[in-house]
Design a protein around this ligand. Structure first.
Ligand code: IFM
Length: 458
């Protein structure tokens, strides 16, 4: 059984990762910053969504979050204490352009300027993501990502940010997880702006790539020393049985979740089977779009959490996810490290790839602070299994240059509010105290040893 393979190999102490392998931790602006009304920041779609009753578990909001906007210096100290070489963060568009475009809010840019300098002072390579879901509300009011105009506004925003920070960035990604932005935000409505229109979702996905294509040359001009790319969340799919209709359903899921987002970037086309399946819902393609989507990338960021097990369903889109596995995280996601190996090996097989970075991987568990400690063996095991699975993919020739744990600290987990804890540091939201979890101490040692001697605890 595939899952056991990763576990079995994991019992052998590992020979470590290649020299120069980049270790990091990741966060995103809205999930940690708080200070949503400070220093001229404008409202984002997530502020609006949080203010809408029933959207976020517990009625939580991003107003305070981890108060990182005020605690950034000590937070950078925490990051440096983990021995990592790089910090992946995101820039909040509404801090830089409170109205989405037009007047720049210099104070907003100043914050990120200080943050980036703070990283360099601590020997951390800044890895910036320009869009991790917090669209300025003013742009949503004019059609949001459903409007092609938003892509032009994004390119201008990307220009301003990289003009200011570009001389110091090591990595710069245009988008985090276009699938989530398009589908969760515009088809299922679980995320901001909370719309439920599948056709709009496909148009949004297209406009995200228009924005990506417009921004890339500007990023390269402003940050010639940085590696430029984009971050996708990818979920390998497995058929629920050997029945041909389940196999076909798994292939459809793969198209819906993975290929629709990979192919335009890496092949300059949409997958034909899905294009036909979507019928009239497909987006309008302007001349030059696909060429611009497929501009060379310096890296592709891969966020991996779990797999999908898929069966045929009578109703369109003719697939449904079925429960699988025995171990699950607090998100209900199956712990399936073999999926990471399979995914990476498959990417190498099917695409001409730039170097890959695992830009997110991690797990939520219902942690408790007891006697000043957080005992979280399940998270240690999750990380150990996935790092071992990553090594196996690298052994099979996949060029992976780095790994970022999600997340530095517990934070605002979108529609789940503060109820799900992904951090290596526990956050006591009442006091904002950060406490290193046992998994954090474990990760710090793995990073220090560059993975040498990595073992999976039983
Ligand atoms: O917290 C999110 C992050 O913002 C994007 N990727 C998945 C994480 C866990 O759900």
């Amino acid at each position: 059984m595939p899952a056991e393979r990763a576990t079995d190999t994991a019992t052998e102490p590992s020979g470590g990762f290649p020299p120069g392998f980049v270790w990091g931790v990741a966060t995103a602006a809205f999930q940690i910053e708080g200070a949503t009304h400070e220093d001229g920041r404008g409202p984002s779609i997530w502020d609006t969504f949080c203010a809408t009753p029933g959207r976020i578990e517990g009625g939580d909001t991003g107003e305070v979050a981890c108060d990182h906007f005020h605690r950034w210096e000590s937070d950078l100290d925490l990051i440096a204490s983990l021995n990592v070489q790089s910090y992946r963060f995101s820039v909040a568009w509404p801090r830089v352009f409170p109205e989405g475009r037009g007047q720049v809010n210099v104070k907003g840019l100043d914050f990120y300027d200080r943050l980036v300098d703070g990283m360099l002072e601590r020997g951390l390579q800044p890895n910036a993501t320009l869009y991790h879901w917090d669209l300025p509300q003013a742009l949503q009011d004019r059609g949001g990502w459903g409007s092609r105009d938003t892509a032009y506004a994004f390119a201008d925003y990307a220009e301003v940010v990289t003009k200011r920070l570009g001389d110091r960035l090591a990595f710069c990604a245009t988008f985090n997880e276009p699938w989530c932005i398009a589908i969760l935000g515009h088809a299922t409505g679980e995320h901001a702006p909370g719309l439920r229109d599948p056709q709009l979702a496909l148009r949004v996905a297209h406009h995200l790539y228009v924005a990506h294509g417009l921004a890339l040359p500007r990023l390269r001009a402003n940050a010639p020393g940085a590696e430029h790319g984009i971050v996708l969340n990818l979920t390998p799919s497995y058929p629920a049985s050997e029945a041909p209709e389940d196999e076909a359903a798994a292939a459809r899921f793969d198209g819906f979740f993975n290929r629709w987002f990979l192919d335009p970037l890496l092949k300059g086309s949409y997958p034909q089977d899905l294009w036909e399946g979507y019928g009239d819902a497909v987006p309008e393609i302007a001349a030059g779009d696909l060429e611009s989507f497929a501009q060379p990338l310096d890296f592709l960021g891969v966020n991996y959490y779990s797999r999908a097990v898929v069966a045929h369903d009578e109703a369109w889109p003719h697939f449904r996810n079925v429960p699988a596995g025995e171990a699950h995280t607090d998100m209900g996601w199956e712990v399936f490290p073999q999926g990471l190996t399979d995914l990476l090996v498959r990417l190498k097989r099917d695409y001409a790839l730039p170097p890959l970075y695992i830009t997110e991987n991690g797990a939520a568990y219902p942690d408790r602070l007891e006697g000043g400690r957080v005992h979280d063996p399940e998270r240690v095991r999750y990380y150990a299994l996935h790092l071992t699975a990553l090594q196996e993919a690298m052994r099979q020739g996949v060029d992976v240059r780095g790994y970022y744990a999600w997340s530095l600290m517990d934070n605002f987990e979108w529609a789940k509010g503060y109820s799900k804890r992904f951090g290596l540091f526990y956050v006591d939201y009442a006091t904002q105290e950060r406490v290193l979890k046992e998994s954090g101490a474990w990760y710090r040692e793995v990073v220090r040893a560059n993975g040498q001697g990595l073992e999976v605890p039983q």
